[in-house]
Design a protein around this ligand. Structure first.
Ligand code: SAM
Length: 279
């Protein structure tokens, strides 16, 4: 690594819990950058203290005023600007994409210093297929929006990754079981920290496991692709239809459930009508 950096934007990943995960290259870029654009300057100050780096930090969010972004892009013309988020890879459920977009539009050098990302780390822990995966960020917190979002993923033949927090875990697992069927899944928690834990099982097992006590810490839910699920039984179909009927008319509920359970919709409409009639 050169002693000085070319002007431009350096996207620098940082640890997701274990400070020993800082790479030599990440440390060198943070040390040599002229300025660090950070999601939360207090969080980044702790990392810089640990590395014994003294450096100006400026706050940056994608919802920062356009003028703030424009000023940073201007500075990239003759300075090295390092972008970090509170933890992990910037831009991944974190600020940065608008800064990258505008830096590129202005012809600035844009480069990344890769490192930890909770989604990829969770994928390596879950023991579920890794050949195709879909990162879905955080599920919406309102029930209808959450169920609608999950329904969009029902037919996707890929392992699904969701970011989550302890207090919301139970509701999200239940909604995933309702919307996707009883697939293989994993709850990964506190990755790279002292209490790292991965619990695997069917979604129904995980719902039961976390029903009484919300776990502490940071969480990634990993859900296997539809082919891994046991064929849905009548009870699964009724449960999924009942959940869908709370939001949708019978025709749409039948189509959504058919997609989520990866089955033909024949007969589901009649069953949805019967459930609606209370039979
Ligand atoms: N940019 C980060 C990355 O690259 O993973 C993600 C930032 S997002 C705002 C924070 C979420 O990432 C947490 O709510 C949790 O879902 C997940 N996460 C971050 N660190 C984690 C860890 N050590 N173990 C499990 N999940 C983690």
């Amino acid at each position: 690594m050169n002693d000085t950096l070319l002007p431009g934007l350096y996207i620098v990943a940082t640890p997701i819990g274990n400070l020993q995960d800082v790479s030599r290259r990440q440390e060198a870029v943070l040390r040599q950058a002229d300025i660090i654009a950070a999601e939360d300057s207090r969080v980044t100050a702790k990392l810089l203290n640990h590395l014994e780096i003294r450096k100006p930090i400026t706050a940056y969010h994608d919802h920062s005023a356009d003028a703030v972004r424009a000023k940073l892009v201007e500075r990239m013309g003759d300075e090295a600007v390092a972008l970090v988020s509170d933890a992990g890879t910037p831009l991944i459920s974190d600020p940065g994409y608008k800064l990258v977009r505008d830096a590129r539009a202005a012809g600035r050098l844009v480069t990344t210093i890769p490192g930890p990302c909770a989604a990829v780390a969770a994928l390596t822990l879950a023991g579920l297929p890794t050949d195709r995966f879909l990162f879905a960020g955080f599920l919406p917190s309102k029930a209808k929006a959450r169920a609608d979002t999950i329904a969009e993923f029902g037919a996707v033949r890929a392992t699904l990754l969701f970011y989550e927090s302890g207090p919301r875990l139970g509701k999200s697992l239940q909604a995933l079981a309702d919307g996707l069927g009883d697939r293989e899944a994993a709850v990964t928690r506190e990755i790279s920290k002292a209490y790292e834990e991965t619990v695997t099982g069917r979604l129904s097992d995980l719902v039961a496991r976390y029903a009484d006590a919300a776990p502490k810490g940071e969480i990634v839910i990993v859900v296997g692709p539809p082919g891994d699920a046991a064929p849905a039984g009548d009870a699964d179909i009724d449960a999924a239809l009942a959940a869908a009927l709370e939001r949708l008319p019978p025709g749409k509920a039948a189509r959504e459930v058919a997609k989520a359970l990866n089955m033909a919709s024949d007969g589901l409409y009649e069953r949805a009508m019967a459930l609606k009639a209370g039979e």
